[in-house]
Design a protein around this ligand. Structure first.
Ligand code: NAD
Length: 348
């Protein structure tokens, strides 16, 4: 876990610039693939984590959330917002930072930007689930909602699941053009489509990643055929969904942490007895994943704290031997731990 902060008076801070350097150094697809494995490894030891639905502060325009978790060794939290109206103001819909700390001393280990890291970990989580639930040999993905998360989602599905083609749709054609431009050299075959219906033609994986603080209907039941995996990540807040209820009635639905997803996910539209499977149970062999080629599987993703924990620990492990961080003086460190006031006095 690295040296105790008392041996190291400063803790590493990973700025946005350094996060970008880190990703480029290791390569984005390698980072996405390794992060997928890191997220999965922690899902496989699900019972070791302290879990709670995130703390959400709602306002007219959006939500600000704190997402904590810990195992016996480390604690993490993320501060993240979700403001669909931000785009019109020239701001990010989702922006975040996070902290990793030791459980034994409570001392912080690393502070980092998490706007990029959230996009990476959300894509890694989508890919982790799709590699177990998507129909065998899935090659085509529809990507509905072509905002900040979109390229990360497509590249993780390529790196982890073997997707070769992406079909794009966004109500704003400029967003789709941006994704097509950014993925030009990715090796993915990219097609811009005129509507959702056209985008999902021939796709085995449908990712919905739109942002609107509303009960939206990005997909209706008659659009979705058999043998599809839906990766619904945009509906992640009370009052914000993307799928018509009837799709949920036909699908086998998998979630991260059920108590949080009941509040925030697509399933907020359903009665409390609507059956869902927490995905960790599939990994542990306690519940079936995809049962047959014609089934519709749905990952009702809202984003869960253990995914941030995995991403933070992954980044922390990658810092060793690099200069992708600055040391910050965030922890008062008097020579005599009880003489905090003396330290202040001497600084006069
Ligand atoms: P963004 O604002 O950058 O992009 C959203 C895109 O959706 C925009 O390009 C917009 O034009 C498009 N859109 C809106 N309504 C649409 C519609 N009806 N049909 C097609 N396109 C439509 O946002 P982002 O950062 O890409 O995030 C997208 C959503 O994903 C947000 O709701 C966010 O809260 C959510 N999210 C979820 C997770 C998770 O873990 N599940 C993680 C990150 C973000």
């Amino acid at each position: 876990m690295g040296p105790l902060p008392s041996e190291l008076a400063y803790i590493p801070f990973v700025s946005v610039e350094n996060m970008m350097r880190l990703v480029h150094h290791f390569g984005i697809e390698a980072v996405l693939a390794e992060m997928t494995d890191a997220v999965e490894a922690d899902y496989r030891r699900w019972e070791q984590f302290e879990k709670t639905p995130r703390l959400a502060s709602h306002s007219r325009d959006g939500v600000i959330e704190l997402m904590p978790t810990s195992d016996a060794e480390a604690f993490s939290f993320k501060y993240v917002n979700g403001h669909p109206s931000n785009a019109a103001k020239g701001y990010q819909t989702v922006a975040a930072f996070g902290l990793l700390a030791r459980v034994d001393t409570g001392y912080p280990l690393m502070l980092t930007e998490m706007t990029l890291l959230t996009a990476l970990r959300t894509a890694a989580t989508s890919a982790m689930v799709a590699r177990y639930l998507a129909p065998a040999g899935a090659k085509v993905m529809a990507m509905i909602g072509n905002g900040a998360q979109a390229e990360f989602q497509a590249l993780a599905m390529k790196a982890v699941v073997g997707i070769a083609a992406v079909r794009l749709f966004d109500i704003d054609p400029k967003a789709s053009e941006k994704v097509a431009r950014n993925l030009r050299d990715s090796g993915l075959h990219v097609t811009i489509c005129a509507n959702s219906q056209e985008a999902i033609e021939g796709a085995q994986i449908i990712t919905t990643c739109t942002a609107d603080k509303a009960y939206a209907t990005i997909l209706t039941d008659n659009m979705v055929g058999a043998g599809i995996h839906i990766n619904a990540i945009g509906g992640d807040c009370p009052g914000k969904t993307e799928l018509h209820k009837d799709i949920l009635r036909r699908a086998e639905t998998f979630v991260e942490f059920e108590p949080q997803t009941r509040i925030e996910g697509e399933i907020q539209q359903m009665d409390a007895d609507y059956s869902v499977t927490e995905f960790w149970r599939v990994l542990k062999g306690e519940a079936p994943g995809r049962r047959d080629a014609r089934q519709i599987t749905l990952f009702d993703s809202v984003g869960f704290a253990t995914e941030d924990f995995s991403a933070l620990r992954y980044v922390y492990s990658k810092l060793q031997g690099t200069d992708f961080f600055q040391n910050i003086d965030i922890l008062a460190d008097p020579d005599d731990p009880r003489d905090l006031f003396g330290m202040l006095q001497r600084a006069a």
